[in-house]
Design a protein around this ligand. Structure first.
Ligand code: TEU
Length: 514
């Protein structure tokens, strides 16, 4: 097997470090806890872990607001813990991907402190600053995903700064070459530590329109898949100018050149409901047999959205993909730390959760699994008082935020599911305990065993990892397609309904070789 190509058709297990395993008894997970649980992750048969941010952070967005890109936040442990984690992962044959949040830093980052100090200091243009309009209002109509204007007034500089997310997440100015260089140096620091790849947070937000033009209104026809709640005004505006700018491609080529010197890979998070597939092709497109010059693979948000995942929808997504992004390499996910767990989102019985797992594993592309989905965990129901996510607090109750998918992993039936000896930062729902790892290990029919089986299936069939995909059709609840390479052809038929159809039992997925 070509190990340089491990990511292609590979399966990546996403770990949210706050909620995986606590070893210090503070109710928050840590790196030592991840290292301790790596044998479990390896036992699933996945290729890699992607660990959500563990860098020094004031935790306003739980690590997606970095104040030191080269430091480990003390709540997660030390650099020695990280070194041990990588070593352990490699011993177990797991690759390690870390989460680079480069589009913005925390407002507590020394770069921002310097930048905001005056209009003429050396880092004055490291962030995106602008004068107000004559009437004192923000320079344009850009909106923050987390609510309100994307511009925050700064009394010292008497200017606005751009933030696509929280006001405490100022946007780095990628038009400034020094910023690019600083981020590349930071990336090399982690490459030298031996990381195998990066998940690039909000990879299409790096650049903004340098002229700061107003975004036009969004035509309903241009709204495709998105995961954000309708209550959010951000979704009703086009994002022609605040993200997905063409200048990003050249930066990604610089970034990729560095990665390839170390044999490392990247998965980009493209959040763009208007041009998702066009960007997928631009970022990851590579003709057959060639490597992408920019990003190796990228998420497609289609299966993370609220739309029911019908046979028709899957077939439509692949038809679109074939048309708009024929040379791309997508990375599929059903759940992550930002969206409602899919068992709840689509109201899936256990059989259905298994069927969607099998279908996911059979699709062309790489796959990201999110911790706990292999247990069939439903979304945790939380009270307003229990919320920690600022996004949820802002839009409650129309949108309940992202805490419900971030509650701790459940390992056993003991106190807090074996996650922590003390009160966890988010509660462990009682219903989750019945789905703990220990119980499912003992039950051959469990969702956990099904995931292990399906992951193994992909490992054993080159056609599932790297083969072509063809003849995808939907007929009512029936989905069928072929995967084939020089060695084999697999015919896949799935009944995505709770009634018998086309000779298949409810939720049956049939895979026939030949
Ligand atoms: O998320 C980017 C992002 O905007 C989407 O995932 C978004 O949450 C979704 O489309 C709903 O609108 C990334 C991280 O995954 C997230 O946890 C961070 O909060 C965000 O970036 C900011 O760094």
């Amino acid at each position: 097997e070509n190990t340089a190509n491990w990511w292609k058709g590979g399966i990546i297990y996403q770990i949210y470090p706050r909620s995986f395993q606590d070893t210090t008894g503070d109710g928050v997970g840590d790196l030592a806890g991840i290292a301790r649980r790596l044998p479990y992750v390896a036992s699933l048969g996945v290729d890699a872990v992607w660990i959500s941010p563990f860098f020094t952070s004031p935790m306003k967005d739980f690590g997606y607001d970095v104040s030191d890109y080269r430091g480990i936040d003390p709540i997660f442990g030390s650099m020695e813990d990280f070194d041990r984690l990588i070593e352990r992962a490699h011993e177990l044959g797991l690759k390690v991907m870390i989460d680079l949040v480069m589009s913005h830093s925390s407002d507590r980052h020394p770069w921002f402190a310097e930048s905001r100090a005056s209009r003429d200091n050396p880092k004055a243009s490291w962030y995106v600053w602008s004068d107000p309009k004559p009437d004192g209002t923000p320079p344009n109509n850009w909106l923050s995903i987390f609510g309100g204007s994307a511009w925050q007034w700064d009394a010292r500089r008497e200017q606005y700064y751009l933030h696509n997310f929280l006001t405490s997440q100022p946007d780095l100015n990628f038009h400034n070459r020094e910023v690019q260089d600083a981020l590349l140096e930071m990336t090399e620091f982690w490459l030298q530590k031996g990381v195998d790849g990066f998940r690039l947070d909000t990879v299409n937000f790096y650049f903004h329109d340098a002229q700061l033009r107003d975004n036009p209104p969004l035509l309903p026809a241009d709204r495709k898949a998105d995961t954000a709640p309708a209550v959010n005004p951000y979704n009703h505006q086009s994002h022609k100018y605040d993200k997905s700018q063409p200048e990003n491609l050249a930066f990604l080529e610089r970034f990729n050149t560095l990665l390839k010197r170390y044999g490392a890979v990247s998965v980009g998070e493209i959040g763009d409901s208007e041009r998702a597939l066009e960007l997928l092709e631009e970022y990851t497109g590579a003709p057959q047999g060639m490597e992408s010059k920019r990003v190796d693979m990228s998420y497609v948000f289609d299966f993370l959205s609220g739309h029911d995942l019908t046979a028709q929808r899957i077939a439509d997504v692949f038809a679109q993909l074939q048309k708009i992004a024929p040379n791309s390499w997508p990375c599929w996910a059903l759940s992550n730390h930002d969206v409602m767990r899919h068992v709840t989102r689509w109201n899936l019985p256990e059989q259905a959760a298994k069927a969607y797992c099998t279908v996911l594993i059979c699709l062309r592309g790489s796959v990201c699994l999110y911790q706990g989905e292999e247990l069939g965990l439903p979304e945790a129901e939380l009270q307003f008082e229990e919320l920690r996510d600022p996004y949820g607090i802002e839009f409650w109750p129309e949108f309940k935020g992202r805490d419900g998918c971030r509650t701790p992993m459940v390992w056993d039936m003991g106190v807090n599911g074996g996650f922590s000896t003390s009160q966890p930062w988010l509660p462990v729902p009682h219903v989750h305990l019945q789905r703990a790892v220990v119980g499912q290990e003992a039950d051959a029919q469990s969702v956990l065993h099904h995931y292990r089986w399906a992951i193994g299936l992909r490992r054993e069939h080159s056609a599932l990892r790297l083969g072509q995909m063809s003849d995808i059709t939907a007929n009512g609840p029936l989905l069928s397609f072929r995967r084939h390479d020089d060695a084999q052809t697999l015919h896949i038929r799935a009944n995505l309904s709770d009634e018998e159809a086309g000779g298949l039992e409810p939720w049956q997925v049939q895979i026939i070789e030949g």
